[in-house]
Design a protein. Sequence first.
Lengths: 315, 141, 499
Amino acid sequence: MKAKSTLLALGASALIALASTASAADWKPDGPLTIQIGFGAGGSTDTMGRVLAKSMEDATGWSIVVENKPGGGGVAMFTGLSQRPANGKTIGMGVSIPVLVQLVNRADQLPFTVDSFDYLGTVAKAELALVASKDAPFDDLESMVAYAKQEGSLPVATMAPPQVLMMDQTKAKTGAEFSLVNADGGAEVLKLILGGQVLAGFASGEHFQYLEAGTMKVIAGANQSRLSYAPDSKTFIESGIEAYVDPVFFLAMRGGTDPEAVAAISAAMDEAIKAPEFAKIVQNAVQGDPINMGREGTKKMMVDGLANAKVLFAK
Amino acid sequence: MVGLSDRISGTFFLILGLTMYLYVNPNYIESVDGGSIAPRTFPNIISLIIAVCGGVLLFKPTSQKTPDLRSVGITAFYVLLLVIGLFAMSKYGFEYVAPVLALAIMLAIGERRPLWLTFGTVGIPLLIWFLVSVVLGRALP
Amino acid sequence: MVDLTTILAGFADAFTLYNLTFVLLGVVLGQFVGAVPGIGPIMAMAIAIPFTFGLDTLPAIAFLVGVNKGGLVGGAVPAILMNTPGTPDAAATALDGHPLAKQGKPLKATKMALFSSVTGDTFSDIVLITVSAPLAILALRMGPIEIVALMIFAFSILTGLIGNSLTKGIIAAALGLLVACIGQDPENYTPRLIFGYWDLFDGLPLPSVAIGMLAISEMLRRMSIAHGGKMKSAIVDMDTGNPDDKRVTFAEYWSCRYTLVRGATIGTILGALPGIGSTAAAFMSYAMAKGASKDPASFGKGNLHGVAASESANSAVVGANLIPLLTLGIPGSVGAALIISAFMIHGIQPGPLLFEQQGRLVYGLFGAMIMANFVNLWVGQIGLRFWVKVVSAPESIIFASALLLCIVGVSMATSGLFGVAIMLIFAVIGYVMSSFGYSLVIFIIAFFLGPRFEKSIAQSLALTNGDLTLMLKSPVAVALLVMSVLSFFWFMRKNAQEN
């Protein structure tokens, strides 16, 4: 068995050596590729990753195994990925913000930086909104701040550190008081809003049906640009709070991977993202179209994102 | 001696609680500004509860019997077997280690019948491989 | 809200041979995989989801419902036959189920579990189908403050399980809470006690802790007893000549009716409230059944009521988890989150418009659930005989294969050998704790509830601006706190009487 696999590996590396003169389209993985998803089974990242893997398989005929490596919003997975050999077999899928947050706050505890990876591309951008029940006595950030001042304090549900910081900046800028209730994900934020325990909260897609049903409204967009589905709502930036978060779903491999492999996998991924079945899943998960920024664009997104996160965390 | 068992475990928990409170929690939990409950608050309260209860047990033990040393020793042997097995699995993979591990466990328990030994060494790993890799399409460790 | 034609059309969609086939396949897979030690019902669901990619929506959901419900029945099997529960909620089933099996009545015990599970499941399905919307609104009113009070109430009821030493019970619970502190702290999102292992950032993996503590530590103990001795079967299905020892008579089932209804009610209530879960439900139901019994000393020694209480409650949770899921789009458990992802793969977003936009599909799902309950009963009758046969093999081979399966199962559930290593560590902790007389189930429940408890306290503090006395403004919270105090002292007196 052992000898056989060694032979296979030798043969395969010889093939790779031969193929390296050919174009990227000719590159083929010697064995199954693995996509490691930095989140647990069942979430929107997991769903998108699995469907992406399936459309890549269908398009290329490669065999792709999908694994979940949850922990720290992808930090555990990227930590593991940065320690693996750069053999072009393992791809990581995660979301930019949680990784950037830890890179800003705990760089000394992490074995990787933004430069440790070869970026393959992005899948989608999550749009983050501050939402409230339709009966809330405010419609935008300004009137919400005014209401908070009038009431003395206003309960707001958050689900991640950047949102806490955005609300802290709003406090600092306007002098309004907010009690921040930390929830376990968007679904719990909705529960708190619907139950009347908080008056507003952050959500990244879980609220779409409520918008459609007219029982909730968008107070402000938390991304850099306005929300695609609520173009009339101002962003935090437009309301005078210089803060935003742009969570992007992206794929990367260990830095130093054979450029042929990176090019071929990135091309296959780009093809798969265009598949209509994948667009449907993305539409369901983030209410927007799939976005692929390409290899260079993804790298730029991470570098710029790190700079923005440093500003947000005042580091 | 009545109460020895609880005195041993009570002492352990007294020390554990105090170590957590005085050393581990301050060193391995960050402190932050803001937030309605500090990261250390909850672990600290729990550590103190453990220490206090450990102390109570030290002075008011129940009639719990001390564990039988022989069976503890045998268990330690099986744990060691599993540790070695896991370590080997991380190096060589499940396919190669599982039959050996199964055989070792069966022999240690005292199984000598060749038919059962063969079934455990060959049949069971094969069944697991079939179930996991073929039927469920998942990777073995 | 939904008109009758849609409801009927939905049910008509469900009751076809094609869908029945998928329900049957799902139930068989769920019961089988759920019963394999180390894999369990949640894993069964996670594994099954990719298989539904290519199916139409209704058969796909019907299949998953089958797996989910089959897994509930399957999960009780290793708990009863081997005393090695694969999930913490089945640990309550093992308390009386395993003694029954050891008395030579493995079939009776597993069948009682099957009937109780299906009873609890059907009860919560009926509640789901008839009154889910108003119940979901009611559940929303339970804010963080009420949840804290409810969890204190749950802890107070668990006093009934502590046994003879309150101090040691508290230590076991505190240790569970302490271990639950490992990972991201729920208020400030800082890494806590992870010692540089980022894999621990989301906390210790539950399957590793549960299977290590409950299943592996028990196997280690049993192996040390069997060591070097004469080879015997793991469990003997004794032929006493009395056919009643192999089945559950109607009189026996009927005598458990209050226990079953109580369990199903607890399960349904906790299931409708996201985040508390089936483990607490199973143990609360068990403790209450023991408290209500005229002969509490018989619990833990093979009382059918113990099996009935636990299985009716933990199965009812799963149906009731769909109440917030279908009406509000809020998943109440890992299993429910998996169902949401299956919906999303098929382009359906659960939420307040689901009944309006997909009414026919929802009633199709209800139809599939009803079918699955019947199929579960029928498949269970055959499947249980199979498992009882399996465990009549020699102990040596049962332990060797169960250990291998736990290693494989946990490594699948936690994606790697890191999770298996944690499992082994907790097996040792569990073995030592039980050797010194500390309750493992108390530890596990506390571990399970810990993060939610701390988070709810943090949320309550934020909402009351740090003044927890404002809790007293919530009538529900006050009622729950009063009940907590009463039940604590009542159970303490009961414990004292028993000793």
